[in-house]
Design a protein around this ligand. Structure first.
Ligand code: FES
Ligand code: MG
Length: 576
C-alpha cells in the first residue's frame, strides 16, 4: 500500500521514536556529520555497490554512486552507500559461482539488518546480477537494479575484438602456430579497454538484459555502455525513481511474477543468451516462489527465434552495436507479441508502456522476427542416460554437423589431467571423439567452474579442426562457443551417470530429439555403479563446507536449499 506518512517508513523504526535506542541511532548519524533534517522523515536508500579494485568491470562505480546519490537527494530521499561482495569474474578462484550465493546472503542480510527503505543494486559482472537480485527479492524492500553496462568494443590493429570469444579464438591460433608474440600482446592490451562488463552476449550482458526483462531496471538501462554519459544520467534516474518506489511501496514480489520470469526467459532466448542464464534464472524465479524449470526453458527455446545478432551466437556485432541499434527496449518491442506486456516493472508501468516507441536503427543487429539469426532460441535442454536431470547446449553457437553425432568418449577425471593431455601432440584423438571432463560440477569443481569449453587437443588443431563435441558437468563462460554440452545433472561427483562413462564408450547426441546417451548396456552400467566410490569431499571447514552441504544441482539453480523461498518462514523485521 502506498505510503504518505513518513512515520510509515521502515527507517522510521530506527530514527523516529523518542527512546534510548533511537537517540543512539540519531546521535550516530550526527557523528557522520548529518543534521536531523538530512535523514529524518525521508526514505533511506541503500546503494549496494559491488565495487572492488579487483573488479575490472565495476571500476566506474565510485563515480556512479555519486550520480545515484544526486538522484536520491533530488527526489527527497537520503542515500547511503553499502558495499557488498564484489565477486569479480576474472580473478575469483576456483570459480566466481562458488560465491554467488554468498553475495545473495550478504545482500539479503545487509538490507534486513539496516534502516533501509529501498535499495539501488549496482552490479553487472557475471554473478553480481543474480546474487544481488536473489538476495533483494528475499529481503523484499523496493529495489531497482542499475547495470554496470558493457565495456567498449575491443580493438587491435584495425580488428574489432570481443570479450572472451576472441581470447579463445586467438589462443587456438597461437597454439596452432599462426600468431606471434607481438600480436598476442597487442590483443592482450586491446581486448578490454574501458570500464564495463564483457561486451559479447556473455553472462554479464545476458543477466543485465534479464534484469531489465524481469522489470527490475529502468527501461533501456541494461544496454548503455558503461562509459557513455547516458550511463551517468541513468544512474541519477535510478536514484530519483527508487525514492518514488518507496512511497508507492512497489516491492519486488509485485514485479518478479511468473509472467516476468517467462518474459525474461523469452528475452534470453531471443538474445542468444549465455548458458549460465539457465542456472541463474531458475534460482531467481525460485526466490520469488515461481516454479520455472528446465522444460519451461526448453519449450521457450524451441518457440523463440534468436534475433540479436551479437557474438558469440551471432556472427559480427557486440553490445556497443546493440546499444546503437536501439538496445533492449527495441528488441523487446520487436518481441512484444511473445511477451506478457502487462507485467509490472519498477517504473510502475507495464512492459508494454516501457517499450512503446522504441525503434530498431539497424535491422542486421536487431533482426525482425521474419529474419532471425537462428530459427529456434539459443538453448536446448537434453536428457538421456548420461543426464537424467538434464544438460544444456547452445546450438546456435556450434557447428550444425554435431547436432546428430556419435563418437568414442575420451574421458578426463580432473582439469589438470585434461590440460596436460590437450597439449600432447601425440594424443590419439580424431574429429569424431567426444571429449569429456567430469568432477567439474557444483560440488565436484568445486563451485561449478567455467571449464565447459574444453580446449581442443593440439593434435586436432594441427589437423585443422576448430570444433569437436565436448561434454562436462561444468558450466562455460557465456562468451564461449562450440559444440559443448554442459551442466550435466546429476553431476558425476555425487554419482550421476556421467561418473560411469569410460574412454572408448560410444556417446550419442541427438539434438533434434533432445537426447544424450552413452551406448552402454544396463548390466554393464549396474556393474560400474556397484564399483563406483565417491571422491573425497572438497571442503572440511569454512564457507566451502557450508556450500557443499547446501548447494542444489544445476537443474535446480544451485541456490542453497535453505535460501529458497519454500524452505521455511523468513526472519521478518528485526526487533530494534
Ligand atoms: Fe566481468 Fe566478464 S569479467 S563481465
Ligand atoms: Mg563470463
Amino acid at each position: 500500500m502506498a505510503k504518505t506518512d513518513p512515520k510509515d517508513l521502515r527507517s522510521a523504526r530506527w530514527f523516529a521514536p523518542d527512546d534510548l535506542r533511537s537517540f543512539g541511532h540519531r546521535s550516530r548519524m550526527m557523528q557522520l556529520g548529518y543534521a536531523e533534517e538530512d535523514f529524518r522523515d525521508k526514505p533511506v536508500i541503500g546503494i549496494l555497490s559491488t565495487w572492488s579494485e579487483l573488479n575490472t568491470c565495476h571500476s566506474h562505480f565510485p563515480d556512479r554512486v555519486r550520480d545515484v546519490k544526486r538522484g536520491v537527494t533530488q527526489a527527497g530521499g537520503f542515500a547511503v552507500e553499502m558495499p557488498a561482495l564484489s565477486v569479480d569474474e576474472s580473478f575469483t578462484k576456483p570459480s566466481s559461482m562458488l560465491y554467488r550465493n554468498l553475495l545473495a546472503i550478504e545482500t539479503e542480510e545487509i538490507i534486513r539488518s539496516h534502516p533501509l527503505d529501498g535499495v539501488v543494486l549496482m552490479g553487472g559482472c557475471d554473478k553480481t546480477t543474480p546474487g544481488l537480485v536473489m538476495g533483494a527479492i528475499s529481503a523484499g524492500v523496493p529495489m531497482i537494479y542499475l547495470p554496470a553496462g558493457p565495456m567498449l568494443r575491443g580493438n587491435y590493429a584495425g580488428k574489432v575484438l570481443g570479450s572472451g570469444s576472441d581470447a579463445w579464438k586467438y589462443w587456438d591460433e597461437r597454439r596452432a602456430g599462426n600468431l606471434d608474440e607481438a600480436e598476442w600482446i597487442g590483443i592482450q592490451g586491446g581486448i578490454a579497454r574501458s570500464a564495463g562488463t564483457c561486451m559479447t552476449m556473455g553472462t554479464a550482458a545476458t543477466m543485465m538484459a534479464l534484469a531489465e526483462a524481469l522489470g527490475l531496471t529502468l527501461p533501456g538501462a541494461s544496454s548503455i555502455p558503461a562509459v557513455d554519459s547516458g550511463h551517468q544520467r541513468m544512474s541519477a534516474a535510478c536514484g530519483r525513481r527508487i525514492v518514488e518506489m518507496v512511497w508507492e511501496d512497489l516491492t519486488p514480489d509485485r514485479i518478479v511474477t511468473e509472467a516476468a520470469c517467462r518474459n525474461a526467459a523469452t528475452v534470453a532466448m531471443a538474445t542468444g543468451c549465455s548458458t549460465n542464464a539457465v542456472v541463474h534464472l531458475i534460482a531467481i524465479a525460485r526466490r520469488a516462489g515461481v516454479d520455472l524449470d528446465l522444460d519451461d526453458l526448453d519449450d521457450l527455446g524451441r518457440a523463440t527465434p534468436l534475433i540479436a545478432n551479437i557474438r558469440p551466437a551471432g556472427s559480427t556485432y557486440l553490445m556497443e552495436d546493440f546499444y546503437y541499434a536501439g538496445g533492449l527496449r527495441a528488441l523487446m518491442r520487436q518481441l512484444l507479441e511473445r511477451l506478457d506486456g502487462s507485467a509490472l516493472t519498477v517504473t510502475g508501468k507495464p512492459v508494454s508502456a516501457n517499450v512503446e516507441g522504441a525503434e530498431v536503427y539497424n535491422d542486421d543487429v536487431i533482426r525482425p522476427l521474419s529474419n532471425p539469426v537462428y530459427q529456434e532460441g539459443s538453448l536446448a535442454v537434453l536428457r538421456g542416460n548420461l543426464c537424467p536431470n538434464g544438460a544444456v547446449i547452445k546450438p546456435a553457437a556450434c557447428d550444425p554437423k554435431f547436432y546428430v553425432h556419435e563418437g568414442p568418449a575420451l574421458v578426463f577425471d580432473s582439469y589438470p589431467e585434461m590440460k596436460a593431455a590437450v597439449e600432447d601432440e601425440t594424443l590419439d584423438v580424431g574429429p569424431d571423439h567426444v571429449m569429456v571432463l567430469r568432477n567439474a560440477g557444483p560440488l565436484g569443481g568445486p563451485g561449478f567452474p567455467e571449464w565447459g569449453m574444453l580446449p581442443l587437443p593440439k593434435a586436432l588443431l594441427r589437423q585443422g579442426h576448430r570444433d569437436m563435441l565436448r561434454l562436462s558437468d561444468a558450466r562455460m563462460s557465456g562468451t564461449s562457443y562450440g559444440a559443448c554440452i554442459l551442466h550435466v545433472a546429476p553431476e558425476s561427483f555425487v554419482g550421476g551417470p556421467l561418473a560411469l562413462l569410460k574412454t572408448g564408450d560410444t556417446v550419442r547426441l541427438d539434438l533434434p530429439n533432445r537426447r544424450l546417451d552413452m551406448l552402454v548396456g544396463e548390466d554393464e552400467l549396474a556393474r560400474r555403479r556397484a564399483a563406483w566410490t565417491q571422491p573425497p569431499a572438497r571442503f572440511e571447514r569454512g564457507y566451502g563446507y557450508m556450500f557443499s552441504q547446501h548447494v542444489t544441482q544445476a537443474d535446480q539453480g544451485c541456490d542453497f536449499d535453505f535460501l529458497q523461498s519454500d524452505f521455511g518462514r523468513s526472519a521478518g523485521e528485526p526487533d530494534i
